[in-house]
Design a protein around this ligand. Structure first.
Ligand SMILES: Cc1cc2nc3c(=O)[nH]c(=O)nc-3n(C[C@H](O)[C@H](O)[C@H](O)COP(=O)(O)OP(=O)(O)OC[C@H]3O[C@@H](n4cnc5c(N)ncnc54)[C@H](O)[C@@H]3O)c2cc1C
Length: 440
């Protein structure tokens, strides 16, 4: 193994592997360190939007799409949950995504990285310090070994130790908990699409991860500890929202396998590193998985980093690009999880607008796929949907003579109006108060 490298990449998760491959393809030598090679066996990102798939293709990994079984993923289907027909939202311009188990993606990326002569892969190996000189601890021998590299790329995930060593604040905040459950031998209501349903406890996401396997992601509030410990209670809270065959498959799955619980967290994407150390992927920031954008944003980090002159240049490029996907994730999660009447009215208005407007479906999917990251698009969509919800709610109250309630209703909708306003203010990131941590 070489002792000097052009680049040291910390963490061989999906984004660290992609970064190592991207630098190696430019002819640079790379030291790729992984603290825990089995970390990829946990429940984590499985759906990749077309913007992420495009970058994988650019890295020469187009055949990764072959890991997706039963054809490409064409978009999402929203289930209003009121007995009305589901709404199909396809990616624009025939674009497609992929979905498969997280470890399959990481295993395959690692296999590609290890096969490249420019990359030296060391595992288990944990970055231990940056100052006075960077070093890692070899997990097999316990020896501390100096890292001699011109540039360090930290892809060590949402609890990034590199971030801490750089003195950047860990401003991450817990949002909720998500159970990952595998359903065997069940059909999705529309194959080739991810499905979003409103459960009694929180939003539900479901998509195919294999020829015979479907993933069910159940989001529950952090306060709902009973649901995390009692599978009967979990089933009772979720099954009524599911199509009958999926509810039956859930009952079978809960009898044989334990759900894999993961905390969902938020950290705003504003710190991209310092000096010769650049952060990529979740080490920069993370959002709720409802919009499934983490891997795609991380791949965009890699794309921008290899094209940037230095860390400051990279940070300048990426800060603006991640603002709208981050706000979209926070806004959509609020709309899907807040039980109050104004949020429910906005959710209903969103379904009505999607059902009747092909242009709005297209706009939403371009935002979701992060192919359109313009604040004006986010603002236009949110304003239309919110205005329609407010007009309908206030109209009903006035017709029914509930004048006294109207003032409060208008105040509640006014608080939602800060989302489209934020979209229009360049550089401004709206962060809901409960997701603000020290350092935001
Ligand atoms: C429940 C859940 C569902 C999700 N679903 C989706 C989805 O469908 N689509 C999507 O795009 N995103 C999703 N995400 C987000 C996605 O998982 C992350 O964005 C993605 O895994 C980030 O990749 P990463 O390589 O930056 O970090 P990680 O995947 O966390 O990898 C970091 C790696 O660094 C290693 N490491 C840590 N510290 C050190 C150290 N000091 N030295 C060496 N190595 C170290 C770790 O062992 C790990 O292997 C989901 C997240 C969760 C929690």
């Amino acid at each position: 193994m070489r002792t000097d490298h052009d680049v040291a990449v910390i963490g061989a998760g999906p984004i660290g592997c992609a970064a190592a491959i991207a630098f190696a393809q430019r002819g640079e030598t790379v030291l790729l360190l992984e603290a825990n090679p089995r970390a990829s066996e946990r429940f984590a990102g499985e759906w990749i939007h077309p913007s992420g798939v495009r970058i994988l293709e650019k890295l020469g990994l187009s055949d990764l799409a072959a890991l997706t079984e039963n054809g490409p993923r064409r978009g999402f289907v929203a289930h209003p949950g009121d007995g009305s027909e589901p709404i199909v939202l396809s990616y624009p311009d025939g674009m497609t995504g992929v979905s498969f188990e997280h470890h399959k993606l990481v295993d395959e990326l690692r296999r590609r990285a290890v096969s490249m002569p420019e990359i030296d892969y060391v595992a288990p190996a944990k970055l231990s310090k940056l100052e006075p000189a960077p070093a890692y601890v070899d997990g097999d021998t316990g020896a501390e070994i100096a890292i001699k590299a011109k540039r360090i790329v930290a892809a060590d995930g949402r609890r990034s130790g590199t971030r801490r060593l750089l003195g950047l604040p860990d401003g991450s905040v817990g949002i909720s908990f998500m159970a990952g459950i595998v359903l065997d031998d069940v059909e999705l209501p529309v194959e080739g699409y991810g499905h979003v349903l409103s459960g009694l406890a929180g939003p539900i996401l479901s998509y195919r991860i294999g020829a015979n396997q479907v993933r069910l992601c159940l989001d529950v509030p952090a306060s709902a500890t009973e649901l995390r410990h009692d599978t009967n209670a979990l089933y009772a809270a979720v099954a009524p929202a599911l199509p009958a065959p999926m509810a039956t498959a859930l009952a079978v799955s809960l009898k044989t396998r334990k759900p894999a619980w993961m905390e969902t967290r938020f950290q705003t994407r504003t710190a991209y590193g310092r000096g010769n150390v650049a952060l990529v992927g979740d080490a920069v920031g993370c959002t709720h998985p409802l919009t499934a954008v983490g891997i795609s944003l991380g791949l965009k980090d890699v794309e921008a980093l290899v094209e940037s002159a230095d860390t400051a240049d990279y940070a300048r490029r990426q800060k603006a690009r991640a603002r709208v996907p981050e706000m979209l994730s926070n806004a959509l999660y609020q709309v899907f999880s807040d039980p109050r009447y104004d949020a429910r009215a906005i959710r209903q208005s969103m379904f009505d607008t999607w059902r009747t407007s092909a242009a709005e479906r297209r706009r939403t999917m371009a935002l979701l796929a992060a192919t359109d990251v313009r604040g004006s698009t986010f603002a236009t969509s949110f304003f239309r949907i919110g205005f329609r919800a407010a007009r309908k709610t206030v109209g009903t109250e006035m017709r029914e003579g509930h004048w006294s309630r109207t003032r409060q209703t208008l105040a509640r909708f006014a608080s939602w109006s800060t989302w489209p306003i934020a979209g229009l203010l360049p550089g401004y990131r709206k962060i809901p108060a409960h997701l603000k941590a020290a350092g935001h």
